[in-house]
Design a protein. Structure first.
Length: 316
C-alpha cells in the first residue's frame, strides 16, 4: 500500500436513464475525467448502472442484478476492472448484485488499480419507506469471505470490510448505512483512512419546499459527524436528476456529493442539480494529527458498550 502523504479521491455524480449500457459508459467517462485530474481512487454512486428502481416492487426488476464474485462476474464489474487496469486507479463500483438464485444484495465491488477484484461490500442496513422499497429486493450484508487470493488485502469484521488498495485503506458503506454511527465506527476500527458512501437520496417534489433543505442538511451533517467522531475522511457520492415513477411525482435526487476531512470540514462539494466529477487530495497526516489532539479512540469505554447489542434497553 502507498504511504505517501496524500491520496487523491474522485466522486462521479451522474443522472441515470433506463439505458444501462449508456449509464455505465457515462460513469466510466467520469472515471477517466477524475483520473485525468489526478484521482487515484474513484467512487461511483449507489447502483450507478441503473435508475433507482426501488421506487416500486416489481419481480421483473430482479433481472437488473449481476453477479460480482466467482467465475460469472457480470459485464458492469468487468468493464470497471478493465478501466481500472487501463488507468491505474482504484474503482468502487456499486451495483445490484445477484449472489445466488433468490439471494440479492445492494453491493459495491472494490477493484484495485491493477484491475484485481478485491471483493464486495454488501449494504448492511436496508430501508423500507415510500419510494424506497429496498427490503423487497435486498438481503442485508453478512460475513462474506474476501475474493479468492485477496485476504491479505482486506480487514474484516462481520459484514464490514476495509480494503488495503494500492493508494489507501478504503472502507465502503452504502446510503442508508450512513445514518448509523455503529457502521462507521466498525469500519474505522478496521483501519479505514477514508469511508465512501455511494448513495441514492433525494426529495419528493411535493415535499421539497417544506422539508428539502433540512433533509439535505441532515444528510450532510450526520456524515460530517462520522468524519469527526472517527477522525478520518468521508466521501459521499449521490446521483442527481429527476427519476419518474407512474402514479407518483417521482424523486428529485439532490446530488451534493462531498468530501469531509477528519475535522468534519467540507473540503470539496458538487452541485445539487448538475452532474459533476469531484476530486480532492486527502492529506493522510491529518488523521494522526487529529487523533493526537482529540484522542477519541484512546478514551472509548469498550467495557461499557455491551448494551449497544440490544434492540432497546429502556422501559417498554
Amino acid at each position: 500500500m502507498n504511504t505517501a502523504q496524500t491520496f487523491t479521491i474522485g466522486l462521479v455524480q451522474r443522472s441515470c436513464s433506463e439505458d444501462r449500457a449508456k449509464n455505465v459508459a457515462r460513469a466510466l467517462e467520469g472515471v477517466r475525467e477524475a483520473a485525468s485530474r489526478g484521482a487515484q481512487i474513484v467512487c461511483l454512486q449507489e447502483m450507478f448502472n441503473a435508475t433507482y428502481f426501488c421506487k416500486r416492487e416489481d419481480f421483473d426488476l430482479f433481472d437488473i442484478a449481476e453477479p460480482i464474485l466467482g467465475p460469472d462476474t457480470g459485464p458492469t464489474v468487468l468493464a470497471c476492472q478493465d478501466e481500472a487496469k487501463k488507468l491505474g486507479v482504484v474503482i468502487v463500483a456499486p451495483i445490484f448484485e445477484r449472489r445466488a438464485p433468490g439471494l440479492y444484495h445492494n453491493s459495491a465491488a472494490v477493484i484495485d488499480a491493477d484491475g484485481e477484484l478485491l471483493g464486495v461490500y454488501r449494504k448492511m442496513t436496508i430501508p423500507d419507506d415510500p419510494m424506497y422499497y429496498e427490503k423487497f429486493y435486498f438481503t442485508p450484508g453478512d460475513a462474506v469471505e474476501p475474493a479468492p487470493g485477496t485476504a491479505k488485502k482486506c480487514s474484516a469484521a462481520s459484514g464490514y470490510r476495509v480494503w488495503h488498495t494500492r493508494f489507501a485503506k478504503v472502507g465502503v458503506l452504502i446510503c442508508w448505512d450512513q445514518w448509523y454511527p455503529e457502521n462507521a465506527r466498525v469500519t474505522a476500527l478496521l483501519g479505514a483512512e477514508v469511508i465512501f458512501y455511494p448513495t441514492a437520496i433525494g426529495w419528493r417534489p411535493e415535499e421539497r419546499a417544506e422539508f428539502g433543505e433540512d433533509h439535505r442538511e441532515g444528510w450532510r451533517t450526520v456524515q460530517r459527524a462520522h468524519a469527526v467522531s472517527n477522525e478520518l475522511f468521508v466521501a459521499a457520492v449521490n446521483r442527481t436528476g429527476h427519476e419518474s415513477e407512474p402514479g407518483t411525482s417521482g424523486i428529485d435526487f439532490f446530488g451534493s456529493s462531498f468530501v469531509a476531512d477528519p475535522f468534519g470540514r467540507v473540503v470539496a462539494e458538487g452541485p445539487t442539480h448538475e452532474e459533476a466529477v469531484i476530486v480532492h487530495a486527502c492529506d493522510r497526516t491529518l488523521i494522526d494529527k487529529t487523533r493526537r489532539h482529540w484522542p477519541f479512540f484512546r478514551d472509548r469505554r469498550v467495557d461499557a458498550f455491551g448494551p449497544l447489542t440490544e434492540r432497546w434497553i429502556g422501559n417498554g
